[in-house]
Design a protein around this ligand. Structure first.
Ligand code: SAH
Length: 499
């Protein structure tokens, strides 16, 4: 088998290549570094062996010798080995050495390039590393040199400082943020203009990316004042000034905002992905889990109205029909059964299964559905919903003289909160609540982790009331009570609070 030297990109999970994800999903063994995207290993096989060899904040790391031994051992054992590194494996990643070693040992290897931090971090900071008017060349340089050697001006240093100072293009330094005073001094001594624009990008492409700007003369002090830390890229050249116009990352509507999403896992990931797309640092902290309840399929044809109150309800109703060997045609009996959906998400879930809802209210709450049904003749109604549902709808229909059956298709149970999720909740600027059950279970399991300054976002009045029951006034309530409405309300609130 093969050892794959794979680049994982600079940190944004979206910058992992298709090939990297394919190999991660197929690997027997993954030997990985610290600076890989947090979610890079999510797609690994459950039985894959994951071996961490990075160093944590300057602490002890697995030595390069031991890493090489690992690669040889697993490579020779015929396993599919992924050696996963931050950025690109051949750019300051020691991938070259590892490839030489594998070659010498006669073990097959492949290289999967990654997006290197020296290009990606500037791009996310709005700095093109080359430009027709100002930078026809770019140099990638390691700043990881002993500061004493840097000071000596070349003796014992691998870097020819005078030559680098004269380099006619953009200089991109990896590593060595602490070395900035020495690096900038050497470049100025070598004849580079002290007034040349400079920038340092910390945690480039990640939601908490920070950029500081100055000149070759001032940037070391600016970075020190801002407490810039590794990982960071330092850039010198006229192109860095383009950031003033091209900084796009920070201008996204939810840039710099940290959000915890409490929905059940399956739905949380879609909402979190959407919030990330708007620039937020979104973490999934599901407070609830949805569990289907066993039971017979209802005889749909006996009803002239079927009400569905959530996408999960649609899913589990169809599961029950399928178990009974039935499908969407159950809704097509003589005269047909009218279908009411509480909101657009539920209507979309029906559409996926070939059914168009006859009634979708303007307000996506039970009261809205009651209003929307006012002129619809109903003799026998089925309400298919969660075990803990509210009784507004069945009671209203019964009052109108209808016969109403309620079936509970699923129940909502507490999802245990992990330690990293607790930290995410404590650090969040916003926590989103999309149902009263998420509120209930969230406060049971994680209420104590909530800090006083965190803003609570509610999808609508019922969820807001649930928050009040727990002694917290919602800071934001969506005007439109669905996910689109919630996202709009978040954007508006974050925009209004931006300094
Ligand atoms: N092979 C990697 C570089 C490894 S050296 C690549 O191609 O990107 C590690 C250095 O890369 C860090 O000290 C820092 O200078 C830079 N780096 C990695 N990720 C970074 C990020 N997200 N933002 C800024 N710099 C980063």
């Amino acid at each position: 088998m093969t050892v794959y030297l794979v680049g994982a990109g600079p940190g944004d999970p979206g910058l992992l290549t298709v090939r990297a994800l394919e190999l991660i999903a197929a690997a027997d063994v993954i030997v990985y570094d610290r600076l890989i995207p947090a979610t890079a290993l999510d797609g690994a096989r459950a039985d894959a062996q994951l071996i961490y060899v990075g160093k944590e904040g300057g602490g002890p790391s697995v030595s390069q010798d031991d890493i090489q031994k690992l690669l040889l051992e697993h490579g020779a054992a015929g396993e599919a080995v992924v050696r996963l590194k931050g950025g690109d494996p051949f750019v300051f990643g020691r991938g070259g050495e590892e490839a030489e070693l594998l070659h010498a040992a006669g073990i097959a290897f492949e290289v999967v390039p990654g997006i290197t931090a020296g290009v990606a971090a500037p791009a996310y900071a709005g700095i093109p590393v080359t430009h027709r008017d100002g930078a026809s060349a770019v140099a990638f340089v390691t700043g990881h040199e002993d500061p004493a050697k840097l000071e000596e001006g070349g003796t014992g240093s691998a870097i020819d400082w005078p030559a680098l100072a004269r380099f006619p293009g953009t200089l991109v330094f990896y590593m060595g943020v602490r070395q900035l005073p020495a690096i900038t001094r050497q470049l100025i001594t070598g004849g580079r203009s002290p007034a040349e624009p400079a920038a340092v990008i910390e945690r480039g492409t990640l939601p908490d990316q920070r950029v500081v700007c100055g000149t070759l003369e001032t940037i070391a002090a600016v970075a020190a004042d801002a407490h810039v830390r590794a990982p960071a890229i330092s850039l010198f050249g006229p192109v860095t000034a383009l950031r003033e116009q091209l900084a796009w990352f920070e201008s996204r509507p939810l840039a710099g905002v940290t959000i915890a999403v409490t929905r059940a896992r399956a739905q949380a990931s879609a909402l979190a992905a959407r919030l990330r797309g708007l620039g937020a640092a979104a973490s999934e902290t599901p407070a609830i889990r949805i569990e289907p309840l066993a039971g017979p399929a209802p005889e749909i044809e006996r009803y002239d109205l079927v009400c569905l109150t959530s996408p999960n309800g649609v899913r589990f109703l169809f599961d029950r029909l399928a178990e009974a060997g039935r499908d969407a045609r159950a809704f097509g009996g003589v005269g047909g059964t009218r279908i009411a959906a509480i909101g657009p998400g539920t209507a979309a879930a029906l559409r996926e299964r070939g059914l168009i809802a006859d009634i979708v209210p303007e307000r996506f709450v039970a009261e809205g559905l009651v209003d929307a049904l006012a002129d619809v003749p109903v003799r026998r109604a089925l309400i298919a919903r969660a075990a803990q549902g509210r009784d507004v709808l069945p009671e209203a229909l019964r009052q109108r003289g209808a016969e109403v059956d309620v079936i509970s298709l699923y129940e909502t149970v507490a999802e245990p909160i992990t330690e990293p999720q607790r930290e995410a909740i404590a650090a969040a600027d916003y926590v989103t609540f999309t149902s009263s059950s998420t509120v209930k279970f969230f406060f049971e399991t994680a209420g104590d982790d909530l800090s006083g300054h965190t803003r609570l976002v509610s999808i609508g009045p019922v969820t807001s009331d649930a928050l009040r029951e727990h002694g917290r006034e919602p800071d934001v309530q969506a005007t439109r009570h669905d996910i689109d409405g919630l996202v709009q309300a978040l954007i508006a609130d974050a925009g209004a609070r931006r300094p």
